[in-house]
Design a protein around this ligand. Structure first.
Ligand SMILES: *Cc1c(COP(=O)(O)O)cnc(C)c1O
Length: 440
């Protein structure tokens, strides 16, 4: 499979391999890479059954997706290294299901993409003397998933920048206690400033070449493609998936997760449709309704990992549907959920089902409930993507329910470890000097 940039409008667009796409991150023209061909994974999907393990599902899909570029042994090594955790499908009756994607080390779904990307980069660098330097700015959660994913990969150094005093104490511990090949820089600035510094580094040709700089942010194709795998896995848990009507409700911010689901569908997964569930940062639901795309600075909400006012994957969505709004409307329903509705949903789920969900999952849950009330979804199975462990958002969950969710063990253990961070001023020169001295 080859990939092209969303901004390449020429009749004969430049194609790149998966390897090139993941080490470049963004295309040189500023666009996002997407698959040029649509492989047919229908037969492979039919070979899965409810007893097929997650790793086997991923192996089967990858062997077709990456055939020609990665040998079966390479694919096996990547999958073995990436996935020591798996999704869980929880069926709740009345056509409602939760796909829990938070059983990885950082207790949120971004582990699925980050761990695959790290393992794939490691595999591509194996045997070459090249080392890569992954540089990321984080406002909290993404950085910790990425850091954990790259920990201990011998050919890769990771440098993470975070804004001093602007991440939660738990997030700071997750970012600063890993050591090894993970270096954390605590910068006196806002998150936007951190991101500007990182962008400056990527724009500096000489620095980029000397250090072999690479990004691992959410637009990287190496994080996006593996997010399509758990959609296949989810439907493979049903006895006769070809016969049912399936919807996915996807709590969305940057729309990577939803885009990955749409790829799965294009590659043969029998899905009837998707719900683009957002908080009040609802530019995509608005677009579906009015046909007007109106990006804005983001509003702060309780489901803060979805506070995105101009989702970068909108470009991929438009390309996928060939800019055709009515085609998009046939496949996607938009739903906007407010903070008050989010709290109410967490409370009702706790009361009616006896377990706690996090605010992002609550957005997907209520959107799914609304779809269930429509005639169009009669008899359908709706699968809500559960994107984070409730314990990561204990303040919101206890505000909603009066109950204190447990912090997952994986996160509890970092609280006692010592913080290791390098303090850095907010100037490109200080960053460049540090990188060259440390890794040049
Ligand atoms: C990142 C994130 C989302 C949004 O996913 P996108 O792919 O950006 O749409 C939802 N929930 C949680 C917990 C997240 O961390």
């Amino acid at each position: 499979m080859k990939y092209i940039s969303t901004r390449d409008q020429s009749t004969n667009p430049e194609t790149v391999s998966f390897k090139e796409a993941i080490f470049r991150g963004l295309a040189p023209d500023g666009g996002l890479y997407y698959p040029r061909e649509q492989p047919d994974l229908t037969e492979i999907f039919k070979s899965f059954n409810p007893a097929t393990s997650y790793k086997e599902v991923v192996l089967g899909l990858c062997n077709t997706l990456f055939s020609g570029e990665l040998s079966e042994e390479s694919v096996r090594r990547i999958v073995e290294k990436a996935y020591s955790f798996e999704p869980k499908l929880k069926s709740l009756g009345h056509g409602l299901h939760l796909l829990e994607l938070f059983h990885g080390p950082s207790c949120a779904f971004k582990d699925f993409g980050a761990f695959f990307l790290a393992a794939a980069m490691d595999e591509f660098l194996k045997g070459s003397r090249r080392k890569a330097l992954v540089l990321v700015a984080t406002s909290g959660d993404t950085g910790s998933a990425v850091a954990r994913a790259f920990l201990g990969r011998s050919n890769i150094e990771v440098v993470i920048l975070y804004p001093s005093g602007r991440v939660s104490p738990l997030q700071e511990k997750q970012l600063t206690t890993l050591g090894g090949n993970i270096t954390t820089l605590e910068v006196e600035c806002s998150f936007d400033d951190c991101q500007r510094l990182v962008k400056k580094a990527f724009m500096d040709r000489e620095l980029q070449e000397r250090l072999n700089l690479t990004s691992a942010n959410s637009i990287n194709l190496g994080r996006l493609i593996p997010q399509s795998f758990y959609y296949f896995y989810a439907l493979s848990r049903f006895e006769n998936p070809q016969a049912g009507e399936y919807w996915f409700s996807v709590p969305s911010g940057n729309f990577g997760n939803l885009t990955a689901g749409l790829y799965a569908q294009q590659w043969g997964l029998p899905v009837r449709g998707f719900i683009a569930a957002t908080n009040i940062n609802d530019v995509v639901p608005q677009y579906l309704e009015s046909g007007i795309y109106n990006p804005h600075p983001s509003f702060h909400t309780l489901s803060n990992a979805m506070d995105v006012g101009d989702p970068s994957n909108f470009e991929r969505l438009m390309t996928l549907f060939n800019q055709d709004l009515s085609a998009m409307r046939r496949m996607l329903r938009g739903e906007k959920i407010t903070d008050a509705e989010t709290l109410k949903t967490i409370r009702e789920v706790s009361r009616d089902y006896g377990f706690l969900i996090d605010p992002h999952t609550a957005v997907g849950w209520l959107a799914a409930r609304r779809l269930q009330q429509q005639k169009l979804a009669r008899g359908a199975e709706i699968i809500v993507l559960s994107t984070a462990n409730a314990g990561k958002f204990s303040e919101t969950v206890s505000e909603a329910t009066g109950m204190e969710p447990d912090l997952p063990e994986a996160l509890k253990s970092v609280l006692d470890l010592p913080k290791q961070a390098v303090q850095l001023g907010n100037t490109p020169n200080e960053l460049f000097d540090f990188l060259l001295k440390q890794f040049g």
